[in-house]
Design a binder for this molecule. Structure first.
Ligand code: AMP
Length: 187
């Protein structure tokens, strides 16, 4: 089963992705993680993307699409892909469709974890108190949220026409979201 988790930063995609990976014995395809690893290893790609990443801007479609290609063509991962953070643009969404076609795969479900700005802010405030995290700067988070919503709108329009598109209220508790996802994937 191949699944796309779609939604703004703070919607809980990563948490649900980890659950699905375990349950379905699948692979977590987080482009954010892949890109951070390129930077950490100081690769040629890493050097190219470091500035965009640090500014919270998107990395070019060309770079991201190339990195994704290897994963989709990996036979061991066939039909075991949980996408988290990809696709983020229409070009990426079309590229994904093309690569899946080429490898005789499809997307089984697109779960859109829809969550409003207010909920994200409440969560950050809670997390600040609980975990004392220094990276949870409210302004930065708002900016990332707005950028995400604006730039991914065409992707949302593209997928919302799909039969396998499922919108889930991302402001629900983690367990409740998981339960909702389960009702679709448990066949
Ligand atoms: P994430 O961990 O998904 O929040 O991604 C962290 C950062 O990685 C983003 O702010 C972007 O700079 C970059 N990034 C991750 N996925 C993509 C993507 N599909 N397309 C372009 N940039 C991405």
């Amino acid at each position: 089963m191949n699944i796309i988790l779609f939604g703004p930063p703070g919607a809980g995609k990563g948490t649900q992705a980890k659950y699905l990976v375990k349950k379905l014995n699948a692979f977590h395809v987080s482009t954010g993680e892949i890109l951070r690893s390129e930077i950490k290893r100081n690769t040629e790609i890493g050097k190219k993307i470091i500035h965009n990443m640090n500014d919270g801007k998107f990395v070019s479609d060309e770079i991201v699409n190339n990195l994704i290609k290897n994963i989709i063509f990996d036979i061991q991962k066939k039909n075991k892909l949980i996408f988290d953070g990809y696709p983020r643009s229409l070009t990426q969404a079309k590229n994904l469709n093309k690569l899946l076609d080429e490898t005789t795969q499809k997307i089984n479900f697109i779960f859109f974890l829809n969550v409003n700005k207010e909920t994200i802010l409440n969560r950050i405030e809670k997390r600040k108190v609980l975990e004392n995290r220094s990276d949870d700067n409210t302004d930065t988070i708002i900016k990332r949220y707005d950028t995400y919503m604006e730039t991914t709108k065409p992707v949302l329009d593209f997928y919302s026409k799909n039969q396998n598109f499922v919108e889930i209220d991302g402001s629900l508790e983690i367990d409740e979201i998981t339960r909702k996802i389960d009702t679709f994937i448990n066949v």
